[in-house]
Ligand binder design. Structure first.
Ligand SMILES: Cc1cc2nc3c(=O)[nH]c(=O)nc-3n(C[C@H](O)[C@H](O)[C@H](O)COP(=O)(O)OP(=O)(O)OC[C@H]3O[C@@H](n4cnc5c(N)ncnc54)[C@H](O)[C@@H]3O)c2cc1C
Length: 395
């Protein structure tokens, strides 16, 4: 495995770093104090597009440099979250909605849905909505219903915490044709902004990462054309007719295998920010006692180990090799490391951290989400343990 950055990637990383320092960190602090997400018409988003910061490095064509696309995503994701994870999650793009469209969508759907994101003049967002008031970790319990009616599907239900749903052109919504079927009943639909029956997505209150919206919405007799069933009905049928078990569920899980290393990389970036804040404070105040030295050094080691796990998981993804265990391992480890680093930072700063004005206090609130999103730490451990004892994947 070779993770050396080539010149194009190094240059792009330097640009991200400079933009992070000058713009992303201050905006994240501003939004944290305001307690609300960056409005979609904020000039920041146009500036991001104009600078081409959301594109992979020149010549890479999503991964054609010496670094693959997945490895580049963790490298960039780590850097952006170092400066502010909330702002980095608010950046225009298909976001979590892009994964299922790529893994489940027909070529026509991929072109129709992802094509507009190539336009770098207008900020656009998409979203992913699985979580419901009664179904978080156990996604098999989703209750949003999908009923076929002629050429349409009719959706009813409620979704929670969908990132950027308040500004999304479309949202990948998971619903079930029959809750008794569990995962086998899942279907993924494209719900477009303005469709009758879709309530106005409402940003939730969050303890941290406030610069982006996690929005809730309801669907009341929302009619979706059959073309908006992701992957078309054939995807969900078995060869012999009837249901193909868990095609919708598997599509969501494939998405997680691709995105968990990126979430892990965000956590590593945030842990690095905690370590830098704590180290600078200890150095400036002459507080580098033996106890702190030991803690800071432990964090540096742990951050390095978590980072290597992210790179390995992404490297496997670039090679098209199975990475489920590595993806879960990186996510579980990096989130733990980030929480520990934030806690350590608070300890090193003592009362100064607790006053609520220092970045470390914001990081302390921000990092918890990294343990929750895309499967909590417990869920990652279940995924890995099932693999360890060879438990059937669909059971
Ligand atoms: C900032 C943020 C952004 C999010 N973005 C999105 C998004 O874009 N789209 C989306 O669909 N969802 C999103 N979510 C929702 C997120 O995926 C869920 O919060 C997560 O899956 C956990 O579900 P829950 O909150 O209902 O907790 P629960 O599932 O109720 O879990 C509560 C606790 O029980 C533990 N637990 C649950 N089951 C088990 C088990 N079998 N064994 C041991 N422990 C268990 C969990 O680890 C957790 O500690 C987001 C959440 C947050 C906080």
């Amino acid at each position: 495995m070779d993770f050396q950055l080539d010149d194009a990637a190094r240059e792009r990383l330097e640009a991200l770093r400079a933009f992070g320092r000058e713009t992303i960190r201050p905006l994240g602090i501003e939004r944290d104090r305001a307690g609300s997400p960056t409005p979609p018409d904020h000039p920041f988003f146009r500036e991001v597009l104009a600078r081409g910061l959301t594109r992979p490095p020149a010549g890479s064509d999503e991964g054609g440099t010496s670094l693959g696309a997945a490895v580049w995503r963790v490298v960039a994701g780590q850097e952006l979250a170092y400066w502010d994870r909330g702002v980095s999650s608010s950046l225009p793009g298909p976001g979590l909605g892009g994964g299922p469209v790529m893994s489940m969508g027909t070529p026509e759907q991929q072109k129709r849905l992802l094509g507009p994101f190539r336009d770098m003049t207008e900020p656009r967002w998409a979203a992913f909505a699985m979580t419901e008031p009664g179904a978080g970790s156990d996604v098999a319990r989703i209750q949003s219903r999908a009923v076929r009616d002629g050429d349409d599907w009719v959706l009813n239900g409620a979704k929670l915490y969908s990132a950027n749903a308040d500004r999304a052109d479309w949202i990948v919504v998971f619903a079930t044709v029959d809750p008794a079927l569990g995962r086998a009943g899942h279907r993924a639909f494209i719900v477009e902004r303005g469709m009758p029956g879709l309530s106005e997505p409402k940003p939730e209150k969050k303890m941290g990462i406030k610069a982006y919206a996690s929005a809730s919405f309801t669907m009341n007799d929302l009619r979706v054309p059959a073309d908006n069933l992701l992957g078309s009905e054939a995807r969900y049928e078995s060869r012999g007719g009837g249901q193909r078990p868990g095609a919708g569920f598997k599509g969501a899980m494939q998405t997680f295998n691709a995105t968990r290393p990126a979430i892990a990389a965000n956590a590593v970036g945030m842990a690095r920010a905690c370590l830098d804040e704590a180290t600078a404070f200890a150095r400036d105040r002459d507080r580098l006692t033996g106890r702190h030295r030991d803690r800071l050094e432990r964090m540096r080691r742990r951050i390095r180990a978590a980072w290597l796990m992210c790179l390995k998981a992404a490297w496997l993804a670039d090679r098209g090799e199975p990475n489920m265990v590595e993806a879960s391992m990186s996510k579980a480890t990096a989130a733990e490391v980030a929480m520990e680093a934030a806690s350590l930072g608070m300890e090193v700063l003592g009362a100064v951290g607790a006053q609520g004005e220092h970045l470390i206090e914001k990081l302390y609130r921000d990092v918890k989400a990294m343990d929750i999103v895309e499967g909590t730490g417990q869920i990652q451990r279940i995924v890995m343990a099932r693999h360890l004892v060879n438990y059937p994947r669909d059971a």
